[in-house]
Design a protein around this ligand. Sequence first.
Ligand SMILES: [Zn+2]
Ligand SMILES: [Zn+2]
Ligand SMILES: [Zn+2]
Length: 100
Amino acid sequence: MPGTGRRYGFFRCTNCRAQWESAYVFCVSQWSDGEYYEQDCKKCNTACSPYKVEKLKCSKCGQSVCVCSRAEKAERHTDPNKPHRSDLCHKCQSGSPCMD
Ligand SMILES: [Zn+2]
Ligand SMILES: [Zn+2]
Ligand SMILES: [Zn+2]
């Protein structure tokens, strides 16, 4: 089903240029592919959309729950298990949290 499901997103604040990544990026609706819930910059609170979104899979081991060693993880830092900042996430604040 295209347009649904969790993705891994890369964010860059348009205001202060802070960068972050999130393992909890969701489409706004299944009919709006490419439109994702925003997350607030933790430095300046500007709402930002991801500039890049990937499938939620470790690019090395191919697992959604990464089984790589620590050295392998350091090499490629896409981490599906990254903790989620619900306080900065517009989806969580919209009443349908990313994590039940
Ligand atoms: Zn910012
Ligand atoms: Zn891995
Ligand atoms: Zn969330």
